[in-house]
Design a protein around this ligand. Structure first.
Ligand SMILES: O=C(CO)[C@@H](O)[C@@H](O)COP(=O)(O)O
Length: 243
């Protein structure tokens, strides 16, 4: 049985509970069918993250069967849940944690409208204020990447580094989102599906009207710095990063 010391063990237990519970949000918001999505969370203060087992029904996910991994995506032997195979996207999540130290959570879903944009390899243009608020502009498309190794992770990092968006539509696959915490990344997954649906429906009904860049900038700035509570993880992360 591995032990990382009492402080880290408390943090691991907290992230296990949070990550197991957050999968319920994927089903609550209709972002997944069957087992087609995953959530992970970084363990603060340790070179570790927690992710779900592969292909296990969401009803059966519990803190004790979440899987603890190092930042190379290796399962930590002897820890609870280590007897099962981790999510197919473990290497992708690990790559993001290794290369984006500010990221505390990663989420992948196959939510319908976001996947439809990904299937066309088409970015979602910024035509509604909710997008300017949450994503600060369009939602970009990442490269086509094979599932199973760190190609997806490389595509996520290449596309989102220096980009305001916390969501990327991996070509012909679907959305991956990042956040200051696992919950924050789940929120981005909920929001990306909402805007993917709204912009799709808008375009069906008529031409899209872009929002001027200066208005996008003002909306984004307000949402990062004024909206919500000063204790929100997003605002704490923005300010500690000097943003
Ligand atoms: O996108 C894919 C496969 O297409 C996977 O992320 C999805 O099915 C979820 O897989 P896991 O159950 O996390 O292994």
């Amino acid at each position: 049985m591995s032990s990382y010391g009492p402080q880290a063990e408390v943090a691991i237990a907290r992230v296990r509970t949070e990550v197991a519970k957050l999968h319920g949000e994927l089903t609550r918001y209709g972002l997944v069918v069957w087992t087609g999505g995953n959530v992970s969370g970084r363990v603060p203060g340790a070179e570790l993250f927690v992710i779900k087992p592969s292909g296990v029904s969401y009803d059966d996910l519990a803190p004790e069967n979440m899987i603890l991994c190092d930042l190379d995506g290796n399962v930590i032997p002897g820890t609870p849940g280590a007897d099962r195979a981790p999510s197919s996207d473990t290497a992708a999540h690990a790559y993001v944690y290794r290369n984006m130290p500010e990221v505390g959570g990663v989420v992948h879903t196959h939510s319908t409208y976001a996947v439809a944009w990904a299937a066309r390899n088409e970015e979602i243009p910024c035509v509604i204020t909710a997008m300017a608020d949450e994503f600060g502009g369009p939602i970009p498309v990442g490269p086509f990447a094979i599932i199973g190794d760190d190609s997806i992770g490389r595509g996520i990092v290449e596309t989102l580094s220096g980009h305001r968006s916390r969501a990327v539509l991996m070509a012909n696959h679907g959305p991956f989102t990042i956040g200051a915490s696992a919950k924050d990344a789940v929120k981005a997954a909920v929001m990306v599906e909402d805007v993917a649906r709204a912009v799709h429906l808008a375009r069906e009904a008529g031409p899209l009207v872009p929002i001027p860049q200066d208005a996008i900038d003002r909306l984004y700035d307000r949402y990062q710095n004024v909206y919500g509570q000063s204790t929100d993880p997003r605002r704490v992360a923005t300010h500690s990063a000097g943003g």
